[in-house]
Design a protein around this ligand. Structure first.
Ligand code: UDP
Ligand code: MG
Length: 320
């Protein structure tokens, strides 16, 4: 029978939390009074995560496993989980219990009231470093100022979407995905539920600074040309400024040749400044070109090594 709700949980090296996550999810979902399934994605973990999920799958047929051939990243893991969900609605939740599973029945209730997307908005974040909180708060606001898409602030991927929204999302084949932005871009009837983000149950964050920067760059470049526009504005302003200064310098040289100083410091300063700006702008252009390159290659988004308990085994192992 088709479940009402599929719960998608990406897992990357979460051996310390997975049993507790399974226990709490099951507890909440069983008391929810609706049919459900849990779709775990093992995102190329190098610890016992995959083995533990397999054991859970053997004892509980409502739990499904999608085992990636390697680590493809959080956003891709969520995508695969959604692709293979068979529920009428789909909830995406982090595997580390930072998003409280207890909110799921509330989300389902909102969905039954007619909303297509119910996203969790963090009103506070516990147990995260000041650095993480500050960068996250800054990023969500910066992204908002950069794009025309109405992406809600302080909102992660913890959300419920209707199966129709998932079907629409399947049409979006972008490689460097920023899913929360894509869901906003799709439209539909959306609403928020506020919650307090808990501490990680155990283990460490799987989002080191490098991955955070990558996600932020994906968010900005997927939804905005503004960095390119800013680059050309900056270029224009600097060119005009340089031209005016050039006239001044030439006038000095022609009319007051005796005032011209050796000036190696100023030449070096100008040259360093302009080279810095040029490299910065090239870098910005490079970010976009790299992404065009990824799209042009058209590789599949993910490769699945194995699945467990999925009803339709004839499903392709990947997605175009
Ligand atoms: N995750 C994943 N693949 C990755 C990195 C993270 O599937 O490459 C999963 C991770 O197991 C967790 C969720 O994504 O369930 C969120 O990651 P994490 O809690 O480390 O991020 P944070 O909450 O620190 O931002
Ligand atoms: Mg976390």
């Amino acid at each position: 029978m088709k479940p009402v709700c599929s719960v998608v949980v990406p897992m990357y090296n979460e051996e310390e939390v997975i049993m507790e996550t399974y226990r709490r999810l099951t507890h909440v979902l069983e008391s929810g009074g609706f049919e459900y399934e849990i779709v775990f994605i093992n995102d190329g973990s190098s610890d016992k995560t995959g083995q533990l999920i397999r054991e859970i799958c053997d004892s509980d047929k409502r739990v499904k496993l999608i085992d990636f051939s390697r680590n493809f990243g959080h956003q891709i893991a969520i995508t695969a989980g959604m692709d293979y969900s068979s529920g009428e609605c789909i909830v995406v939740i982090d595997g580390d219990l930072q998003d409280p599973p207890e909110l799921i029945p509330e989300m389902v209730k909102k969905w039954r009231e007619g909303y297509d997307v119910v996203y969790g908005k963090r009103i506070s974040r516990k147990g995260e470093s000041i650095f993480k909180r500050a960068t996250a708060a800054f990023f969500y606001r910066f992204l908002r100022s950069m794009t025309d898409v109405n992406i809600p602030v302080d909102t992660g991927d913890f959300r419920l979407i209707d199966a129709r929204v998932r079907d629409a999302l399947k049409l979006v084949n972008e490689r460097n995905r920023y899913i929360r932005g894509l869901v906003s871009w799709l439209g539909f009837k959306q609403t928020a539920i506020e919650f307090e983000r808990d501490e990680r149950f155990a283990g460490e964050t799987k989002y080191p600074l490098k991955k955070m920067i990558k996600l932020a760059a994906d968010g900005i470049t997927s939804f905005s040309y503004k960095p390119l526009k800013l680059a050309s504005y900056l270029g224009t302003v600097l060119s005009i400024g340089s031209f005016l200064y050039l006239i001044y310098v030439l006038a000095q040289r022609i009319f007051f040749p005796e005032t011209v100083q050796p000036g190696w410091a100023s030449i070096l300063a100008v040259s360093l400044f302009f080279n810095g700006i040029t490299l910065l702008i090239l870098g910005i252009i490079g970010e976009y070109i790299g992404r065009i390159y990824d799209e042009a290659k058209g590789r599949p988004l993910y490769i699945i090594r194995e699945t467990k308990n999925l009803s339709d085994n004839k499903q392709p192992l990947t997605r175009e």
